[in-house]
Design a binder for this molecule. Structure first.
Ligand code: ATP
Length: 328
């Protein structure tokens, strides 16, 4: 059914990511540009259920393009996973006269939106916001580029201390299921080895590689490990194993953790968020629903939610080869 859209809600859901605020700003301002009322929903789907909305105009989003996190807060809502919870959300939306929503989040958030759309024939649109870049249908998610820059900067600093003390550093970066961050950051920071969930290097090959690197004259080394890497039980056990078997190195571990989620978004993420917000709102206004906006070959395009959720985002195999060549 074609819906006339007069009021659009926007919210952030799942893990926060830099660039979410720039995305909110873009949705709000695109609505203002088209004379559509816009409502910000606090705390993702939980705020939707509780009717925690606030009308926003072009000026409500001033001064946020450069801010990390999300002014609308984010949440994970168990209640929205239930039919009763989603019914409450639908009632709150219709009570406020809201005709459509844009959700900025990850694949869980898109699954929730897809189910909601099926149940209530309610127009929905998604903007991918997660630092892991693990979403099919876009080469970049909001926050990914910023997280890469944050992690590279941190590793550069760790390398200074590694080389001063002949140390071998294992540095864990985010990436539970995919190794995008580890692979790119590893190449960008000149890591000797990069361990990602997609490739099981094996402990013996890791030791061989580190021994070769030592024999070639390197006095310190950095190994970047994705948190979802399968080679060891965790980065600490991995480091213990290497220390026991390579006594020539002092081994240290650094887990970058949540600092990778924070900080001011990069220019790339701000521009991407601005483009995605425009596309999300204008797609709703032309009657489209149940899609995620994404970047493909530098064009902002739409991918149906079911494909975005089911598809697998793949790492760039060329980068693995580049990394091997760089660590000759
Ligand atoms: P991230 O990549 O940062 O984890 P995400 O969007 O995948 O982000 P989730 O916690 O998986 O984060 O999902 C966010 C919210 O989406 C959940 O708290 C829940 O409210 C809703 N959601 C997820 N899956 C479903 C589902 N199957 N049915 C209904 N709602 C869902």
């Amino acid at each position: 059914m074609l819906h006339k859209i007069n009021k659009i809600a926007v919210f952030t859901s799942g893990g926060d990511a830099p660039g979410m605020n720039a995305g909110i700003r873009s949705v709000v301002r695109t609505c203002a540009f088209h004379n559509i009322e816009c409502y910000g929903v606090y705390r993702g789907y939980q705020g939707l259920i509780e009717g925690d909305f606030e009308q926003m105009d072009a000026r409500s989003v001033k001064g946020i393009i450069n801010k990390g996190g999300t002014i609308l807060k984010s949440a994970r809502s168990q209640e929205f996973r239930t039919k009763e919870g989603r019914k409450k959300a639908y009632e709150a939306l219709t009570k406020a006269g809201i005709d459509a929503f844009v959700v900025i989040g990850g694949d869980g958030s898109f699954t929730g939106a897809m189910i909601f759309n099926q149940e209530f024939d309610f127009p929905v649109m998604g903007i991918p916001g997660t630092i892991d870049n693990d979403i099919f249908g876009t080469t970049h998610t909001l926050g990914y580029d910023t997280a890469l820059n944050t992690a590279v900067e941190a590793i550069d600093k760790i390398r200074d201390t590694a080389s001063s003390h002949n140390r071998l550093f294992f540095i864990e970066v985010m990436g539970r299921d995919v190794g995008h961050i580890a692979l790119n950051v590893g190449v960008g920071a000149g890591a000797e080895e990069i361990l990602i969930p997609e490739e099981d290097l094996g402990l013996e090959r890791l030791l061989d590689s580190l021994r070769r690197s030592k024999a070639s004259g390197k006095s310190s080394s950095v190994v970047v490990v994705a948190e979802g890497d399968k080679i060891g039980k965790n980065v600490f056990e991995l480091a213990d194993y290497v220390e026991e078997n390579m006594t020539e190195y002092e081994v240290r571990v650094s887990v970058l953790g949540h600092m990778q989620r924070g900080g001011s978004p990069s220019c790339f993420d701000r521009v991407l968020a601005s483009r995605m917000g425009v596309k999300a709102v204008e797609s709703l206004l032309t009657g489209k629903s149940n899609y995620m906006v994404g970047l493909k070959n530098d064009v902002i395009d739409l991918t149906p939610f079911d494909q975005a959720v089911k598809g697998k985002s793949k790492i760039n195999m060329e980068l693995i080869r580049v990394s091997d060549i760089m660590t000759v």
